[in-house]
Design a protein around this ligand. Structure first.
Ligand SMILES: [Zn+2]
Length: 85
């Protein structure tokens, strides 16, 4: 199985350098995508896990993805670095 990098905040597959988040000094952050983390900060710093679940669900529904795929994506969220406590 391919070792796939996923964003440790939203769970989105990060398959290209272009969508990786960046630090304040312009270096690449390997944990988060640029939609979650940009310029050294989270774009929605106050977002909690439930809000992220809703967010992911809404985005994936827009893409017309299968309910099973959406559920699978949501189920991995609590294990991600940003939400693990
Ligand atoms: Zn993300």
């Amino acid at each position: 199985m391919k070792n796939e990098t996923i964003c440790q905040s939203c769970g989105m597959p990060i398959d290209s350098e272009v969508i990786k988040g960046t630090e304040k000094n312009g270096s690449i952050n390997n944990d988060y995508c640029k939609f979650c983390y940009d310029d050294g900060v989270f774009k929605s710093p106050k977002m909690n896990l439930d809000e992220m679940k809703n967010n992911v669900k809404t985005q994936m529904k827009k893409l017309d993805l299968h309910e099973y795929t959406i559920q699978k994506a949501i189920n991995i969220l609590p294990a991600l670095k940003r939400w693990k406590s």
